[in-house]
Design a protein. Structure first.
Length: 355
């Protein structure tokens, strides 16, 4: 599918015509990654953050938000819960906290690996390359770092303290890949000022980076963030469930064997249908939250996050029920990226990235 066709789908609003896109994405998903849906236990271990990203509710200096960093023992207990609930991966996510010692997180990774024997995914923002290397040696398998938008100007506006802008983010993704991580990235859909062309560029960049995992969610305004005060620009895309679904479907077509989650943001913007639509339109992963309730409530990147009041066991039971209803199964084991497994057998490819 060429760029013009992708753009046409991004602009399409007729539900009957969109059925063809959903069907194609679902078919490609089934043929390339199958019916198993892998569950990743999400542990939001710290909401401390040194960054001032304009969209995020955890941004540095936000008044009135109590900050926490869970202790190693508490994180390991969450990981144990995830394992007991049948999840073969835990995702350790936090704000970007330069005061978090890299060696401490290495200890956490090693302890979690010993406890669960499953895969460990990190999502802790940009750090010096030696930290990525240390954590890899400690046993981390995967790294999630969204580039958020491929539009350089928009990226720079949204991330006032990212000295190297989008290039810094792309360099981090390359460093992670060179260290042997499975690499995930992704974007928000409906950022103020984002255009259809930007979304087409995002898809091209997913492809160019050869991502193993892609996370896509609608942008949800946080009233305590500076971006919420901005009026929506004319001609910009909206952060609807439909727009985000279209990006999920097109991402499946662009990267047929990537692991693609039906994200929490998708479930938040449309509690009734968001997650099911994601799974029917290309997604093959779900990330149930296993963070203790009192912590989870403080990990407020956007308001009314889905699942904040739901207990981990209930969340997983609910996921199993909806997978049953969809005729899908729960993935067994770590659910490693098929793209990664193939790459291990062939010499690494170097690609030029210039969006
Ligand atoms: N500090 C880590 C984890 C950030 S939270 C990092 O920077 O990688 C994970 C993702 O949540 C972000 O990458 C971003 O895409 C998304 N996010 C942040 N604020 C959001 C908002 N207001 N609406 C929707 N998604 C948001």
């Amino acid at each position: 599918m060429n760029r013009a066709e992708r753009l046409a789908w991004l602009r399409e609003t007729d539900p009957r015509r969109l059925e063809a896109l959903w069907a194609e994405a679902d078919d490609v998903r089934r043929r390339h990654v199958g019916d198993a849906v892998h569950l990743r236990g999400l542990i939001e271990f710290s909401n401390r953050c040194g960054r001032g990203c304009l969209y995020c509710g955890l941004r540095r200096g936000r008044a009135g938000l109590a900050r926490y960093r869970m202790a190693l023992g508490e994180i390991v207990a969450c990981a144990r819960t995830a394992g007991e609930l049948g999840m073969g991966t835990v995702v350790l996510q936090s704000g970007e906290d330069p005061s978090m010692p890299a060696a401490w997180l290495a200890d956490v990774i090693a302890a979690v690996k010993t406890e669960t024997r499953g895969a460990v995914t990190l999502s802790v923002g940009e750090r010096p390359a030696e930290d990525y290397a240390l954590w890899r040696r400690a046993g981390a398998d995967r790294y999630l770092l969204r580039f958020e938008t491929s539009n350089r100007d928009l990226y720079a506006r949204l991330h006032p303290d990212a000295a190297d802008g989008l290039d810094g983010r792309l360099a981090a993704l390359h460093a992670l890949r060179d260290l042997g991580y499975e690499v995930g990235s992704g974007v928000m859909v409906g950022l103020p000022g984002q255009t259809f062309d930007d979304l087409a560029d995002d898809l091209a960049l997913f492809e160019q980076l050869g991502l193993h995992m892609v996370g896509i969610g609608p942008y949800i305004a946080h009233p305590a963030s500076p971006l919420a005060a901005l009026p929506a620009a004319a001609g910009a895309v909206s952060g609807t469930e439909l727009m985000a679904s279209k990006m999920v479907a097109l991402t499946r077509l662009v990267l047929p064997d990537a692991n693609i989650p039906a994200t929490t943001a998708l479930a938040t913007i449309d509690p009734a249908a968001g997650r099911v639509h994601g799974l029917e339109r290309g997604a093959n992963v779900i990330m149930p939250n296993v963070t203790p309730a009192a912590r989870k409530a403080l990990y407020e990147i956007y308001p009314s996050k889905a699942g904040v009041t739901v207990d981990a066991a209930d969340a997983v039971a609910d996921v199993r029920r909806s997978l049953d209803a969809l005729g899908r199964t729960v993935g067994v084991g770590r659910g490693d990226s098929p793209a990664m497994a193939r790459r291990r057998l062939s010499p690494p490819v170097t690609e030029e990235v210039s969006p």
